[in-house]
Design a protein around this ligand. Structure first.
Ligand code: HEM
Ligand SMILES: [Cu+2]
Length: 552
């Protein structure tokens, strides 16, 4: 135990935050501290990506390109926005922040299976991230986050290879995290924590980890192939060398479609914890929800071709990918159904995390249903590469994952920091994010349907009204997202007042101190029951207790 922890030997054992030297942070192997390192880093990237989005929306307020100066600048902005948001924010966000912090606590473990590898994954992420920032400051890239060949390999004169290397490196941090989660779930569960007693948060992260480990290497291989072609003239994608540019799309989407589930399954993980807690009911159909995560992880690998309906792939391939894409919607729909059934006849309370979770359910459903529209081969041919697609994936990624991330941060903030936040500000932020989000992205469905192409710097004047609405919405959304950063940040200046279990939640993480001690649990954990035992009587008792803690 460290010196500072010993100094406290009279009082209660020191919590994991109490050592404050820079060295103690940079060399930590505590999963909770690694989670905090990630929290700080992904927040910085989120702000950077957000600023770029703001500039794009400013440009799109008027039909003529008159803000950013040149279409080339605009290309670089949406590319960097996409790259940052996907690879440096969304892929790591929930698993690396909340997953790292909570997974060991939820299964009654002292840490992840490989604490040093966990720290290593953060360093690897930072190396990739710093390269990303360097690229941004040196002009960025203009290929779109999808790096399609032959433009990226033959024509683009921006820093494609540097960016590819940055993404390659960051991919390894994802693989290391996935590996750590899988081994942890298999080997570190406390006695009595059987597979079907694990919280659904853990199931979802397990499924995510499988995708991280299985899909990310494909991205890495594709990047290596681009490099081999560029430096050694090995023909892979370039037709002049006997290659096939469409092969790149296959490889890219073979990673990137499963990767959308790397982004959204952890969102499901968070929602499955919040809903039962604020409905005071056990989750409806636990096993269905658990297996749905695994089914999504498996089916997710079979549908990549729905991004390539107009790439010239065979009609038969298109039809098969279309049907398979409908199938992958089933497990997602099961989840939404089961959350809804959990709400039914629950005694609901509408604290901030619940507002975010309900927002998630509505917005994710819209994202999912428009996904079915896009999966319909005949329709997608028309709306491919229009704003309809942009609206669809923002409903999933922002309406889904970012809402869940914010809900989760609010839900576990008392545990992570030991502090409460002003509930009224929390509710206001959830409301602003919900309203701002819809105002930003709903008009984009209409724009796409009317034929406005994506990735364009100018547009026809008749599209302006909807674009102005979208920009206005983005402003509201930005305010709603900045607010939590401010009030959660400020809450750190008050004394620790959260209590161990402010929401009266079940789950092992709520049975220990807030913030937890370095060693998590003082005594060996023994699990004797399944999760989510929120019976009405228990609810009564726990809620009274929570009120008591709040007022104390
Ligand atoms: C916060 C508010 C946000 C706004 C206002 C916004 C706005 C935009 C705009 C204007 C585009 C360019 C559309 C085009 O011409 O194709 C875009 C593209 C994109 N955005 Fe966002 N965005 C936001 C958040 C996010 C988040 C959180 C993510 C992911 C986590 C994300 C992922 C993407 C991706 C992947 C693209 C496609 C980039 C490309 O075409 O290469 N966005 N966004
Ligand atoms: Cu896809």
């Amino acid at each position: 135990m460290s010196a500072s922890a010993q100094a406290h030997h009279d009082g209660p054992p020191a919590d994991y935050l109490s050592e404050s030297t820079v060295k103690s942070w940079l060399l930590t192997t505590d999963h909770k501290r690694v989670g905090i390192l990630y929290l700080i880093s992904v927040t910085i990237f989120f702000i950077a990506g957000g600023v770029l989005a703001g500039l794009m929306r400013l440009e799109l307020m008027t039909p003529r390109g008159d803000v950013l100066g040149s279409p080339d600048t605009y290309n670089r902005m949406f590319t960097m926005h996409g790259v940052i948001m996907i690879f440096f924010f969304l892929v790591p966000a929930i698993p690396s922040v909340l997953g790292n912090f909570l997974l060991p606590l939820m299964i009654g473990a002292r840490d992840l299976a490989f604490p040093k590898i966990n720290l290593l994954s953060w360093y690897v992420y930072m190396v990739g991230g710093i390269m990303g920032v360097w690229i941004l400051m040196h002009g960025g890239i203009d290929t779109g986050w999808t790096f399609y060949t032959p433009f990226s390999s033959m024509y683009s004169n921006s820093m494609v290879l540097t960016a590819a290397v940055a993404v390659f490196i960051t991919g390894f941090s994802s693989i290391l995290t996935g590996l750590n989660f899988i081994v942890t779930v298999h080997t570190m569960r406390a006695p009595g924590m059987t597979w079907f007693r694990m919280p659904l948060f853990v199931w979802s992260h397990y499924a995510t980890a499988l995708i991280m480990v299985l899909a990310t290497p494909v991205l890495a291989i594709s990047i290596v192939l681009v490099g081999l072609e560029k430096f050694f003239g090995v023909g892979v994608f370039d037709p002049r060398l006997g290659g096939d540019p469409v092969l790149f799309q296959h490889l890219f989407w073979f990673y990137s479609h499963p990767a959308v589930y790397i982004m959204v399954l952890p969102g499901f993980a968070v929602i499955s914890e919040i809903i039962p807690c604020f409905a005071r009911r056990p989750i409806f159909g636990y096993r269905f929800v658990a297996f749905a995560s695994v089914a999504i992880a498996i089916f997710g690998f079979l549908v990549w071709g729905h991004h390539m309906f107009v790439s010239g792939q065979s009609m038969y391939a298109g039809a098969v990918f279309s049907i398979l894409s409908f199938l992958v919607a089933i497990p997602s729909a099961i989840k939404v159904f089961n959350w809804t059934a959990t709400l039914y006849k629950g005694s609901l309370s509408f604290d901030t995390p619940m507002l975010y979770a309900l927002g998630f359910m509505g917005l994710f459903t819209i994202g999912g249903l428009t996904g079915l529209m896009l999966a319909s081969l005949a329709l997608d041919v028309h709306v491919h590469d229009t704003y309809f697609v942009v609206a669809h994936f923002h409903y999933i990624m922002v309406g889904g994952t970012v809402m869940a991330y914010l809900g989760g941060i609010h839900f576990w903030w008392p545990k992570i920091s030991g502090r409460t936040y002003p509930e009224i500000w929390g509710k206001l932020s959830a409301l602003l994010v919900f309203v701002g989000f819809n105002l930003t992205f709903f008009p984009q469905f209409l724009l796409g349907y009317l034929g406005m192409p994506r990735r364009y710097f100018e547009y026809r004047p008749e599209f302006q009204v909807l674009n102005v609405m979208s920009t206005a919405g983005a402003t509201v959304l930005a305010v709603g997202m900045l607010m939590p950063m401010i009030y959660l940040g400020l809450s750190l200046r008050q004394p620790k007042n959260a209590g161990d279990n402010p929401w009266g939640a079940t789950g092992l993480e709520w049975q220990i101190e807030s913030p937890p001690t370095t060693h998590n649990f003082h005594e060996p954990v023994l699990v004797t029951c399944e999760p989510y035992l929120y019976s009405p009587e228990e609810a009564e008792r726990e809620y009274a207790h929570a009120q008591h803690v709040h007022s104390a």
